[in-house]
Design a protein around this ligand. Structure first.
Ligand SMILES: C[S@@+](CC[C@H](N)C(=O)[O-])C[C@H]1O[C@@H](n2cnc3c(N)ncnc32)[C@H](O)[C@@H]1O
Length: 334
């Protein structure tokens, strides 16, 4: 069900699914050194039910945080599934353990009513954003573009969950190309189970009660992580037979990341999953097929546009339309 749920979320504004604590722990263990002395904001999180709040409140001292702020959206009651029935929301502020029991007790958490509904774009939420050093959350997928644009405008560090398809958005891809945003460590197998009461269409083996399984889900970040410095080990050699050029762009097709040839200096088209292994010292990102594909030659050949811009391969006299590709080039000679 590749990406379908998250795409649906964007189209139908079905934004109510919640991240599991284990998934948050798995990702955030790679960023621990970034949090010392920092204010963290979780600005799409009902603090009373959010596992993001839970994680940071319980790890407050271990991470050496300065402050934790969370806000919720159109909600004041501590229900997991927000009904969006309240035009006022709340923010919570936690400054760490005061009574020495190393647990965030209710009396240690400051509850502040907001003037408005807690929309991350509201003036009062932007005020909180300005106090933050690092923003960590799973934002509404339907507003992902606006969400990231706001983080960039206020020059914030972040670790956020998103749909893999967002990589290709015209607002997001340039940030990835310019090394302003990259992918985090991610979810096992590129899929995650979120706590939700939406209908789950996962196969029986993947179904978990009270959850939806979503594939093609990733973490986006602009915090330095070790894997960005790890080089992809390449062992294949280039040959024109094994790596044909596209019909409508001057680059070779590399259908699997592990098959990137070690001795090819020109442009290569690779699947989006390449970004999981992307080391900016090893490769340069040239663009994506959505922007680079020459569709006029395709139209001329097929007599029709054949859908949105994509690369095509010519095989046995026919044109084969490929999935979205990222075009890369090696930085270092082999
Ligand atoms: C995908 S859910 C994730 C919730 C939580 N961050 C988590 O992972 O457990 C996105 C959340 O954003 C909230 N939301 C929707 N629109 C919002 C907005 N304009 N401003 C702030 N939050 C919003 C939704 O109510 C929902 O709780």
């Amino acid at each position: 069900m590749a990406n379908k749920l998250l795409n649906d979320a964007r189209q139908n504004k079905k934004d109510e699914f919640y991240t599991q604590l284990s998934d948050i722990e798995n990702e955030l263990r790679h960023y621990k050194e970034h949090f010392r002395g920092k204010t963290v904001l979780c600005n799409c999180d009902d603090p009373r039910v959010s596992n993001f709040f839970h994680y940071f409140a319980y790890q407050f001292e271990a991470l050496g945080l300065k402050r934790l702020i969370t806000t919720c959206y159109k909600n004041q009651t501590p229900d997991l599934f927000s009904q969006h029935d309240c035009e006022r929301a709340i923010s919570l502020v936690y400054d760490g353990d005061k009574n020495g029991n190393r647990v965030p007790d209710p009396e240690e958490i400051g509850i502040h009513p907001l003037q408005g509904d807690g929309d991350f774009r509201s003036a009062e939420c932007i005020e909180l954003l300005m106090q933050a050093d690092i923003v960590v959350t799973n934002p509404p997928f339907s507003l992902f573009r606006q969400y990231v644009a706001q983080l960039m405008r206020f020059d914030k560090k972040f670790i956020i969950v998103g749909n893999q398809n967002a990589i290709t958005y015209k607002e997001i891809f340039p940030l990835i190309m310019d090394n302003k945003v990259w992918l985090g460590y991610g979810f096992k197998g590129g899929a995650a189970h979120f706590i939700s009461n939406y209908e789950d269409t996962a196969s029986a083996g993947d179904h978990r009660a009270g959850m939806i399984r979503v594939s093609g889900v990733v973490w986006f970040t602009n915090l330095e992580i070790k894997k960005r410095n790890e080089e992809l080990i390449l062992f294949r050699n280039y040959s024109p037979e094994e790596y044909p050029k596209y019909f409508n762009y001057d680059a070779i097709e590399v259908g699997r990341v592990e098959n990137i040839p070690c001795d090819y200096a020109g442009e290569m088209g690779v699947p989006l999953t390449f970004l999981d292994k992307y080391n900016p010292h090893q490769f340069e990102i040239v663009g994506q097929s959505l922007d680079l594909a020459d569709m006029t030659v395709v139209k001329k050949r097929l007599g029709k546009s054949g859908g949105g811009p994509r690369f095509y391969l010519e095989q046995d006299g026919n044109l084969r339309r490929l999935y979205e590709r990222i075009v890369i080039r090696r930085r270092k000679p082999a």
